[in-house]
Design a protein around this ligand. Structure first.
Ligand code: OGA
Ligand code: MN
Length: 222
């Protein structure tokens, strides 16, 4: 049910449009390898676990999602969307080989915290696609977002909405990123297009990329 994402999650309001402010200062970012106990997150609000899945595990996940994408066209024409050149699905049921991988993501990213949405968002970005700066909706998504980044290495840019502090993060193919709290709420995030995909002065070619994104629910207001 690919196109229900808009209505169910309210994709249009899944994003809050970023303000037009351009970053002025380059922030620093400490890249961490996955080493800690599951769920034990340092207090920065951003963590990248490189080689979170093996090439074989990546293959399992890709084989599982590819058939659902085959019938969908990349969307390029919605100029006001946060994402350009993409197609997406949500998936609840995973095969016997893929399910444990998604469990591993959940254990690592969410621990025993707030309830995780069983609907996993799979976003396929065309080689010419990119994600514009946005903050995921606080109405539909909770305090933690975890994304497995497959097929292509890319740059994820975070810009603080108030101070314009900027951090560029190299997301290597098969890494898992987890953003929560301060980084999730105060920074916009974006995936750079190929032409802008530079890290420490070096061009990082961006080809087709698939992200498998898990989110927890927001706290219920009582
Ligand atoms: C999103 C998003 C990031 C990614 O869909 O809201 O920011 O890793 N995706 O593709
Ligand atoms: Mn997002």
């Amino acid at each position: 049910m690919a196109w229900t994402i808009r209505s169910q999650l309210g994709r249009v309001s899944l994003f809050v449009k970023a303000k037009a402010a351009r970053p002025t200062a380059l922030g620093t970012f400490e890249r961490r390898r996955f080493a800690g106990a599951p769920g034990a997150l340092p207090p920065v609000g951003l963590r990248v676990c490189e080689e979170f899945v093996s090439p074989r595990e990546e293959q399992i996940l890709l084989e599982e999602v590819e058939p659902s994408f085959r019938k969908l066209k990349y969307q390029f024409d919605h100029w006001d969307d946060a994402i350009h050149g993409y197609r997406e699905i949500e998936r609840e049921k995973w095969g016997a080989e893929a399910a444990p991988l998604l469990h591993r993501v959940c254990e690592t990213a969410f621990g025993t915290g707030r309830e995780v949405s069983p609907l996993i968002h799979v976003l396929d970005l065309d080689a010419h696609g990119y994600i514009k700066p946005h903050v995921d909706s606080i109405k539909f998504c909770g305090n933690t977002i975890a994304g497995l980044s497959l097929l292509s290495t890319c740059i994820m840019r975070f810009v603080h909405e108030r101070t314009a502090e900027q951090m560029d993060v190299l997301l290597r193919r098969r890494s898992l990123y987890i953003m929560w709290d301060k980084v999730r709420y105060e920074f916009t995030h974006e995936i750079l297009k190929n032409e802008e995909s530079y890290y420490e002065g070096k061009h990082i070619p961006r080809s087709r990329r698939i992200a498998i994104i898990s989110r927890n629910f927001p706290e219920e207001k009582t």
